[in-house]
Design a protein around this ligand. Structure first.
Ligand code: HEM
Length: 597
């Protein structure tokens, strides 16, 4: 239960949150708020306050943000993950860091990560993608699945509609042969490229073709249509495929710049990058809307019942999402399915190129399960244990999404420290919110962020006593006669789970620097591989885990099968490194493909 619901009295016309007590006194009376947080209850009495979590000091106002600029020690683009490793060594598996107004608790202990996920509740909350969110607000569009972060019930309504078609193995498996066709086309493209370039099999700028493959692979599901991206020929100018491909690069380049910009000027004025972003995404929406409408018209003309494998019809037939929401979801799935899966395929190919023994074993498995020319189906995929192990091991050493984040609606004790929940709730006009003792204790050091008032954007928060942190006044500047307002902490504590640190730690993965798919294989039929839980979560966890996981895995399996079946994959030159483009991306992309005999 939110502490803001504890309204106990009247105090003039202010919205007031108060509860001044000494920390020492509060510590002794601490009780956890939620019965679900049983662990916390066990440790609660001994838990140490939030302010005592160790961490780098940082500068006034900006905190440690400087470290992540191009001039700092951990530039966001290339080195951010090194900060997690270095700070773990200095402070341990929990530390607190302030990046400007953002209060971050970074954890890298699998048991604590499990605890966070077990306490995330029915509506897990992440941070939204700000540029997308602003775009949609400006265009008065629905918020969408990825960005629906604050209104949990709304998120769940859309999520549960889409989930039925995205997460069920049988439904996903039904698309295997269509997606296999796309992977075979990728093989033809590679063959044509190696012949055309006459470069001894060297293919440069391979990411470009892999993104096309990923877009085409997800289009056959979402749009029920081949876009025609898998060709070396020039696409017709103005064709759907050309518009989408043009849009992808422009959009991603602008999107990454906006999301990673330190100042975020685009939030206030229309910068050139914002305009590029807007143009790219407008273009995508126009093409997607056209294709979806064509698809709906076709289905209406056929007048049949929605089939299991008709993704869009099936989504719309449920009546629990509007047409606009279905369309936006389709666009999100198309977007979400390109660079994520594309980059992951690149990392897998690189790992195989650098580890010829693993590549040989994978080739042998492919030859055992699939005969030449035979189409691949989901049953065959289920037999390919080494292939699955290769993909897992690649995620371990080259994670595409190396960390995850949650904002909790309940207090939690992590590694012996109290980490407070977000502060949110309905406040009656003129009432005084009395913080319960335990909540005050937990919030010591936390009630410092501005409170946003949703219903009264002009309402401002005053901090009469910043040092003691326990007294807040929210003064409504408009509509002072309103009965109540909804207030929420604009900077709730964010818990960042640095899973990437765990997967490279010898305590959890012996010889972590060695690429060893075998570590994922069962040692005996009835035994698991011995990998500890919550040390490897490439798609996240819980009700908000990646909704595209099954499709992504299926596409990766098919892509790898077809490429390795046809070519020996090699690499020349400097090793591939990962750079941060919101997700991890390859910094170079030249492979050497040699046709197998
Ligand atoms: C290898 C490829 C992929 C990786 C590594 C990946 C990873 C992730 C991760 C880590 C999350 C956050 C999960 C959490 O908070 O617990 C996520 C969310 C999401 N992913 Fe993926 N993803 C991949 C492919 C895809 C594909 C192919 C699609 C679409 C077809 C997709 C659509 C989404 C969406 C819509 C969400 C937000 C779900 C929600 O908030 O309810 N992803 N993904």
């Amino acid at each position: 239960m939110s502490l803001l619901q504890r309204v106990v009295g009247q105090r003039g016309s202010l919205f007031r949150v108060c509860g001044a007590r000494s920390l020492a006194a509060l510590k002794t009376t601490y009780r956890p708020q939620s019965t679900r947080a049983e662990e916390s209850a066990a440790h609660g009495a001994a838990a140490r306050p939030f302010d005592e979590i160790p961490g780098p000091k940082g500068l006034p106002l900006i905190g440690t943000a400087w470290d992540y600029t191009p001039f700092g020690r951990f530039p966001l683009k290339t080195n951010m993950r090194d900060s997690f490793r270095e700070r773990r060594k200095t402070y341990g598996s929990i530390y607190r860091e302030k990046l400007g107004p953002m209060d971050l608790v970074v954890i890298s202990d699998p048991k604590e990560i499990e605890k966070v996920f077990r306490n995330e509740g029915r509506y897990p909350e992440r941070l939204p993608l700000m540029s997308m969110k602003i775009y949609r607000e400006l265009k008065k569009m629905p918020v969408g699945l990825v960005n629906q972060c604050r209104n949990g019930e709304e998120w769940q309504r859309v999520r549960s509609s889409v989930q039925k078609d995205m997460m069920r193995p049988k439904t996903v498996g039904a698309y295997a042969s269509l997606q296999d066709d796309v992977s075979r086309d990728l093989v033809d493209v590679i063959r044509a490229l190696t012949e055309k370039e006459e470069s001894g099999g060297q293919v440069h700028n391979f990411t470009n073709y892999v993104y096309r493959w990923a877009l085409e692979s997800i289009s056959v599901v979402v749009l029920d249509k081949r876009l025609g991206c898998m060709t070396l020929e020039d696409l017709e100018p103005g064709s759907d495929a050309q518009l989408m491909i043009d849009g992808v690069n422009d959009f991603f380049n602008a999107f990454v710049k906006l999301e990673l910009s330190a100042v975020g000027l685009y939030k206030y004025i229309s910068t050139p990058t914002w305009r590029k972003f807007e143009k790219g995404i407008d273009q995508w929406h126009t093409v997607a809307a056209k294709l979806l409408n064509e698809k709906l018209a076709k289905s209406a003309a056929e007048d049949g019942k929605p089939s299991e494998s008709d993704f869009l019809q099936s989504l719309l037939s449920r009546n629990d999402v509007t047409f606009e929401e279905a369309m936006l979801t389709a666009v999100e799935l198309l977007f979400g399915g390109i660079d994520t899966t594309g980059n992951t395929l690149m990392f897998n190919l690189f790992c195989l190129a650098k580890n010829p023994e693993a590549q040989k074993k994978l080739y042998q498995e492919i030859m055992e399960v699939i005969s030449a020319g035979q189409p691949v189906d989901d049953k065959m995929l289920n037999k390919m244990h080494y292939l699955r192990a290769v993909v897992k091991e690649t995620f371990r050493v080259y994670p595409t999404a190396p960390n995850n984040l949650r904002i909790l609606d309940r207090d939690i004790v992590l590694s012996g420290y109290v980490v407070p929940a977000k502060l949110e709730g309905q406040v009656s006009n003129g009432s005084c919110l009395q913080l319960a003792d335990e909540s005050s204790a937990m919030r010591a050091g936390v009630i410092k962020a501005d409170l946003e008032c949703k219903s009264h954007p002009a309402a401002r928060c005053k901090h009469p006593n910043q040092n003691q942190h326990v007294s807040l006044e929210l003064v409504p500047l408009e509509k002072a006669d309103a009965k109540s307002v909804w207030v929420s902490d604009s900077q709730p504590t964010k818990i960042l789970m640095a899973t990437d640190v765990i997967s490279s730690h010898p305590e959890y993965y012996p010889e972590p620097e060695v690429f060893k798919p075998e570590r994922w294989l069962r040692t005996r039929d009835d035994e698991s591989s011995g990998v500890q839980p919550f040390t490897h979560l490439p798609f996240g966890y819980g009700p908000r885990m990646c909704i595209g996981r099954r499709f992504a895995e299926q596409e990766l399996f098919l892509g790898l099968i077809r490429i390795v079946q046809n070519f020996h994959v090699g690499w020349s030159g400097e090793d591939m490194k990962q750079v941060n483009r919101m997700i991890q991306s390859p910094d170079r992309d030249s492979f050497v493909f040699s046709e197998r005999a």
